[in-house]
Ligand binder design. Structure first.
Ligand code: AVJ
Ligand code: FE
Length: 437
């Protein structure tokens, strides 16, 4: 790449690291004491673990791997290794105190910014500094989303606030659009900060299909509930049926019925469930059952990406549904600007050429696909980032949520989780195969 390109990437690394740290500081600064060190759920780490883990990963990749520095505190590496200690164990470890964790993360950051200034930044290949800084900014933002999930699970009064998205005049577009069949380019070999699992770009054949113009709303999901959807095994896979029966699941997580109306708890506030907002906090089994009840199905991952990136006019794959420009506030609900999804049909400027809205931001969208490597996949920079998760236990989610920062969100970005998980900011949209002509 050119020197100008390298300087742009270096500046982008600085801006994204600073943005990520502001968010980390907000999420770990609005509560104190036991709210930082205790565990709100066995699914989550104490917030103070995320904070020191963010610093420790930054130390390992930017200070040791890129700059060849000695470890600052080698004895803490194992405490913050996500594979050595599952989340349920983390509160009983001899973790750094909140004050020590803050000091450690700030110390690492100071040194990392020195490295950023001094290191040649002349490329974006996976082995180069240009990639490592982008990877670490994305890593911090991913843990910021994880910490926001911890805040959502936390009992107690509201500590986070954000303005609501703009209200929307009722969306009157079509309910679904037809995506033409044929090959398209999936994944990327050119996006500088794409992670290993998004690579390489490859051709994929996709049969014609219809896909929902917007994510499925609370109102639509309520019709499934009211129709007895949770009590009818016809709509569920055997595993899904077993799961909802065993755990008495009968509505999205955080919902509760109060007389005739449904309420939900959202960041410490209880409110009526808004009918026009994308449904949130459903697991894969619930999304899959809803789709079957509606006479439809979840899109495959390839279908989702074709809907999000394919430009029929240019017959090419774009970075985002709206084109190649980085996401702005007019395109998508990203970056924790709001603490909720925007009404279905929002962000006309973020629409795809075929007219699909809100593919990026608002809610993570479950797909029908297992998490699998693309042809030509190579693990980087460590097998534990993606490779050890490939297989049928994990389902792919796409598109990012309101809690995802733009640096960790692309048309190619892949997330994955167990089909039972619903504390994550997950929703979905449905699809159906087009009739053969
Ligand atoms: C991609 C969201 C599944 O949180 O486990 C964070 C991201 N990887 N630290 C996760 C990640 C290492 C990962 N997900
Ligand atoms: Fe991590």
């Amino acid at each position: 790449t050119t020197t100008a390109g390298a300087e742009t990437l270096r500046e982008r690394a600085l801006t994204t690291l600073v943005t990520a740290r502001e968010r980390t500081t907000l999420l770990t600064g609005c509560v104190e004491g036991p709210d930082l060190t205790a565990q709100v759920s066995p699914l989550m780490s104490p917030l103070v673990w995320d904070l020191a883990h963010i610093g420790n990963q930054e130390e390992q990749w930017l200070l040791r791997a890129v700059a060849g520095q000695e470890a600052i505190r080698p004895e803490i590496d194992s405490l913050y290794d996500a594979f050595e200690h599952p989340r349920s164990e983390r509160p009983s470890l001899p973790l750094l105190s909140p004050a020590e964790a803050r000091r450690y993360a700030a110390d690492v950051r100071g040194r990392a910014l020195d490295v950023l200034e001094r290191t040649a930044f002349d490329g974006t290949r996976l082995t180069e500094a240009g990639f490592a800084f982008g990877m670490i900014a994305q890593h911090e933002q991913q843990h910021d989303e994880t910490m926001l999930i911890t805040h959502q699970l936390r009992r107690g009064p509201q500590v986070l606030t954000a303005p609501d998205p703009d209200p929307l005049p009722l969306f009157t577009g079509p309910a679904e659009v037809l995506v033409p069949g044929g090959p398209f380019t999936m994944g990327t070999s050119t996006e500088p900060w794409a992670l290993d699992n998004e690579r390489p770009a490859h051709r994929r054949e996709v049969a014609p299909f219809h896909i929902d113009t917007t994510p499925v709303t609370n109102g639509a999901y309520l019709a499934f509930i009211d129709d007895g959807g949770y009590d009818d095994p016809r709509w569920w896979t055997p595993e899904g049926w077993d799961h909802v029966r065993r755990h008495s699941i009968a509505a999205p997580l955080f919902w509760r019925r109060d007389g005739g109306q449904w309420l939900r708890r959202r960041f410490g506030v209880t409110e009526a469930v808004p009918a026009d907002e994308p449904v949130l906090h459903v697991c894969w089994y619930e999304a899959d059952a809803y789709a079957r009840w509606a006479g439809r199905r979840l899109p495959t991952e390839a279908e989702w990406e074709k809907a999000a990136r394919y430009d029929p006019a240019g017959d090419r794959a774009m970075r985002y549904p709206w084109g190649d420009a980085d996401p702005g506030p007019e395109h998508a609900n990203l970056g924790q600007r709001h603490l909720r999804p925007a009404p279905a049909g929002s962000y006309p400027a973020g629409e795809s050429p075929l007219g699909v809205r809100q593919l990026i931001g608002d809610v993570w969208e479950w797909t029908s696909s297992d998490f699998a490597p693309y042809p030509g996949f190579g693990a980087f920079p460590y097998r534990e980032y993606s490779e050890v998760f490939f297989g049928p236990e994990y389902k792919v989610l796409r598109g990012g949520s309101f809690a995802v920062d733009a640096v960790a969100c692309r048309g190619t970005f892949r997330n994955w989780d167990y089909p039972i998980r619903r504390q994550i900011f997950s929703g979905f949209r449905t699809a159906r195969s087009a009739e053969a002509v």
